[in-house]
Each structure stands twice: as C-alpha cells, then as structure tokens.
Design a binder for this molecule. Sequence first.
Ligand SMILES: [Fe+2]
Length: 334
Amino acid sequence: MSAEFEIASPLPGAAFGATLRLAKSIAEDLPGGLPEALADAGGLLLIPGLNQIAAEPELLLRLSRLFGPEIEDYRYLLTSQHLVHESVPEIFLVTNMVPNYRPPPLRPEPPLTVDGKFPVQYPQRKGWHTDQSYRRPPPDISLFFAVNPVARERGQTLFASGTLAYDALPAALKAKVENLQGLHAQPGTGRGRGDAEAGKTPRAFAPHERSQPQPVVRTHPVTGRKALYLCERGQMDWFDGPFVGLQPGPYGDGAKLLDELMSHYTRPEFVYVHEWTQGDVLVWDNRCLVHTATWYDADKEQRMMWRTTVRGNPGAIYAGEEKSWIPRKEPVTA
Ligand SMILES: [Fe+2]
C-alpha cells in the first residue's frame, strides 16, 4: 500500500500477478513505484479503471514510459501500417474492426478438457508466445489497454509464469535446458511448425529477417530469478530449430523437448486467465511470462485493444548488441 496506489496479490485464481488501483487519474499524476510493483508481482499487473486513455491515447504512452527507456514506434515495425494507431504510432491495434481486421485465434479442439474445464494447457491451448522473441535484443514489457473488449468467457488473454514453471522443472530437465538456446521465428514468415509439417520450402531470409537464438532459461535483469523463455508452433523456427544443436524439424528430438517444456510451462497452476473489462490495462513482463489469446465471434463482436511495447533492459547477455531487425547498409567500398 502506498499513497499513490493500492495493491492486491495474487490475481484471482492465479499464483502470481497483482491488481493495482491508482489513487489519482494518470492525467493528473503518474505514480512512482510501478516497475517495482511489477517485479514484485512476478511480472503481471492489472490496472483497472483507466477508461480515460480511450479519449487520450497519449496517456498510454506516458504510462508505458514508466517501465523503460524505449517505447517501440510501430511505424518502423516490419508489419502492416494499418495496424498502427493514427495519432500515436507507439500504439499497435489488436482488433477485428475494419480496416485493421485481424482474425481471432481458433477455438481449441476439443473445446473443453476431459474433465469439462476451460483448456489452458499446451497443446490443447495453442498460441503461447512472448512478444517479439524473434528479435535480439527482445523487448521487456508490453502494455495492453481494453478500448472495447468482447463479452466475458471469450476474447480472454491467458498468461503463464515462466518463473514458477522453471522452479518446478524436474532436476534432470533443468540440467538439460540450462545452456540450451531456442530458435525463434517471426510468425507468418513461413518457418512455423505448420509450414514444416506441410513440407514447404521456406524462402531465403535477408539478414535482418533471420530467426534469432534465445536462451531457454533467462535470468531476469531486475529480480535475478530464472525463467523459461520459449514459444511454440508459430513463433519458433521449425526448419533449423526449435532448438540450436538438437535434431531439427517437427518430428525430431527438438520437437519432443519443446512439446514437453511447453506442456509443463502452461500447467493450470502456472496460468492466469484474464477476463477483460473496458478500461483495464494489463502490464506484462515478456522476460518471464508467455501469453496467448482466445477465440471470440468476429462476425458478431467488435474488439479493439491497444498495445505498446517497452524495451531497453533485456539483461547482460544482450549487452552492446545491435538490433537484429534493422537492415544494415552495405559498407561503401572505394
Ligand atoms: Fe502477444
């Protein structure tokens, strides 16, 4: 409890995260201590009641700047410009509203677990990822604001704690992954598991588009705690990976290990399911969590969410690295 906010942890039904209620409007006063609260909460904060951001999008940017030195400007992202907010280019639009249409994920198959529950665990639940892990250095933190969420029990966002999952790994598996690297690929570029299973031949990548190795076990630069750092079907490289130095492809030893690790990572006791309310902001730490989205009826419901991405403190192993995703000019020779 501080004069500036009240905090309650963990998040309902989860073993991590916190709800943080601000004492004042963020237009009036930006509170101190939010990065520390995020670290203490294991990397996930829910800040409800920030409806004012919808009319003043700049406020989301100001809030984001509390969490790190650099906010991604999506005009320079290698993605479609129609997904960028028209007046604040640091806001990425996640929506099914035209002209920014992006379809929601499919429903799990089967839709419920064998004991009739909402499925969260991989592989029944798919799409688990950490934002932009196909870049080095990867980003630190994402903020996600609900301008217009869909009705409850769909269009949720699910989070799994890589810290809790790492701590609970059997000793033999911990030893196996300690110095292992995953190979992360940008979704939709033809290197996903589905592409490999279909026997497609990936196109040649320019240097700035290439898949990037990342440690499977990442030490958090703020808390010093170890966490699993992995994605699955769409965001690993299934041609040369998913792991550096293990048998590649969708049927090899690497695939077996990835399936085992992601199934463990997303066990229900490590997961939080967020049901969105208009005005919610979720702040999550990509260095120690994975997340995924759930289905909603895109023909009947309209969803509009705004995301910002904060970078600048990836940890010592990335010290001095140039951004992998920026094309380099060829050196001029006389
Ligand atoms: Fe994401």
